[in-house]
Design a protein around this ligand. Structure first.
Ligand code: 3PG
Length: 306
């Protein structure tokens, strides 16, 4: 019997685990569950004899891959796979996949939800502002960016996007204004929603010069990765611009300094929460289980990333 380890430091909703189990049961696969583990040694032990691994943002390092004796495939139930050591997977002949699109609506709803929250002064009882009529810039028009655009249009926002990898015609077809450069996007929009992946090219790429282009009331919404922000320059911007606001579901390392000095100008969720809905967990978890079975039984490699 093939064994599938679901290792989630931040667990899926119980309904998602139940549905993953159902899919695996039907294929005669065994589900091994490791939730809320606090030490990587627990993962190293649990992975020893399994054939497949499903994770969320859990770090799949070379050490983890090396500890696995039978591992054939690891699926990141989600979009960003910066938590997987792809070289280690490839070297060990382990296929790595993600499940693009499956949790995107949840992330988009949180992005707009946090924009509303900060516009209303974190619900402090004082008069806030509205999103209607404001300009929103979507930085990277992928699965999440598209949903953000759709929801923002419902709010009556004027939506813009920049993505060098997406045909401008496709962006415009969605009723979104495609701009020519990242600088254009930031200088046009009061709200920016960030959706770039974290990789060697994008790490620390969002810094002072770009953020300072934002018009008065500039608000950065980050549901992407904290690593893409240049935190030193973020603090410089906070210090220079009283109007600047930053909301994120992945708090920066400098969160204490921001909290100490800039009350009411930020909001950070206590844990990464963009994809933390039952629906997103079910969609991504079940997709991951199907992808594992399809790969092991039929060598189907859709969504392979290594
Ligand atoms: C993703 O890349 O899919 C999101 O950041 C969600 O991450 P999570 O599964 O850890 O919530």
């Amino acid at each position: 019997m093939k064994k599938v380890l679901v290792a989630t430091e931040k667990p899926f909703a119980p309904a998602a685990v139940a549905q993953i189990k159902e899919v695996l049961d039907k294929a005669d696969y065994e589900l091994v569950l490791l939730e809320k583990y606090s030490d990587s040694s627990e993962l190293l032990k649990a992975i020893e004899d399994v054939d497949a691994l499903i994770v969320r943002s859990d770090k799949v390092t070379k050490e983890v891959i090396d500890a696995a004796k039978n591992l054939k495939i690891v699926v990141r139930a989600g979009a960003g796979y910066d938590n997987l050591d792809l070289d280690a997977c490839t070297a060990a002949n382990v296929v790595a996949m993600n499940t693009p699109g499956q949790n995107s609506n949840a992330v988009a709803e949180l992005a707009i939800g946090m924009a509303v929250m900060i516009a209303r002064g974190n619900y402090n009882g004082k008069a806030g502002t509205e999103l209607r009529g404001k300009k929103l810039g979507i930085h990277a028009y992928g699965n999440v960016g598209r949903f953000v655009g759709e929801i923002a249009k419902g709010f009556g926002m004027d939506v813009f996007a920049f993505d060098p990898f997406v045909d401008k015609g496709l962006i415009e077809k969605d009723g979104v204004n495609a701009v020519n450069s990242v600088e254009d996007l930031y200088s046009t929009c009061q709200y920016i929603s960030l959706h770039i992946p974290s990789n060697e090219k994008t790490k620390k790429s969002i810094g002072y010069d770009l953020l300072n282009k934002m018009p008065k009331g500039g608000t950065l919404v980050n549901t992407a990765r904290k690593e893409v922000i240049n935190e030193e320059e973020l603090l410089k911007l906070f210090a220079e611009r009283e109007d600047f606001r930053y909301v994120s579901d992945i708090a920066p390392d400098c969160k204490d300094e921001i909290a100490e000095k800039y009350e009411g100008k930020f909001f950070f969720t206590p844990k990464k929460m963009g994809a933390q809905t039952a629906e997103a967990n079910i969609n991504a978890g079940v997709a991951a289980a199907h992808q594992i079975i399809d790969f092991i039984e039929n060598k189907i490699e859709t969504f392979k990333v290594n």
